[in-house]
Design a protein around this ligand. Sequence first.
Ligand SMILES: [Zn+2]
Length: 321
Amino acid sequence: MQSPSITAALALALLTAGCAASSHQTRPTDLGTPTTSGALRAAATTPGPVKLTRIVAADWAVDRSGLINLDHPTAEAHGLEDGEEPIQIYAYAIEHPTRGRFLVDTGVAAAFRDADTAPVSSLVASAMNLEKLEVHVDTAEWLAANGPLAGVFLTHIHLDHIMGLPDVPDAVPVYTGPGESEASAFLNMFTQGTTDALVGDIELQTWRFEPDPDGALHGVLDIFGDGTVFALYVPGHTPGSTAFLVRTPEGPALLVGDACHTDWGWDHGVEPGTFNNDLDGAARSLKRLQALAATIPGLTVHLGHQPHTVETAAVRRSLTP
Ligand SMILES: [Zn+2]
């Protein structure tokens, strides 16, 4: 049994940047062509060829104060208080007609089905509230049923987004935002070993973002160079946090990652809370992302850890002062 203060510190460590999130080598990737938010917006107006599937890997629960900035005036005005918030862990499958199948984030590895085999220390398991983790589909069984991967795109490398990596073959390239594994702060000294264990021998490849000439985002990459899947640089929650826009036959879909974990947070324009590396940066990136999202007709928004229940029009209304 951990003392509450140690458990709280560890929980924070798990979901914020640390002395180094991981000790892994990274190298900049050649994948992805710098483009503009204007080009992304123009492309998003027509349906695309990429099949998108959301995989609900697990149900879970964590502290609301980590997921939503409870000190934000809007949260205070609504009387939002701390407590356990039910969330889910997702992965998304992207099937490109010629480039193959990719995962955005990784779901949950089979080893996490049993607390005794989970590849994390008991300290970390306790701080992560792993006893509340209810796995629906593990990454090994999903891959066995759906076939091999051409790559994995990580929104960031917090533990709840790389829990499926042990089930991903080492040869599969894994892409992440710049500065993710090098992010430094004190608390991650507790979790670096766990992060390293999950990442295994995989070399992380980092996106080469360049400033968005249109100024709407920090950077935009056209991942395959054909205008079908875009990486959006949204630093703040972590230094390399990345969102993705996917053009599907049903219309554009935005995977925001933990730029916004919750339905309430998106609906009310309130950034994540204590799980952020940089609260102000997270707030700025969420504003920019929501402003962009509001200009894309028919956009389906997929949040970090909860289903999205409001229409884009409602988001637009909530952004109107
Ligand atoms: Zn997360």
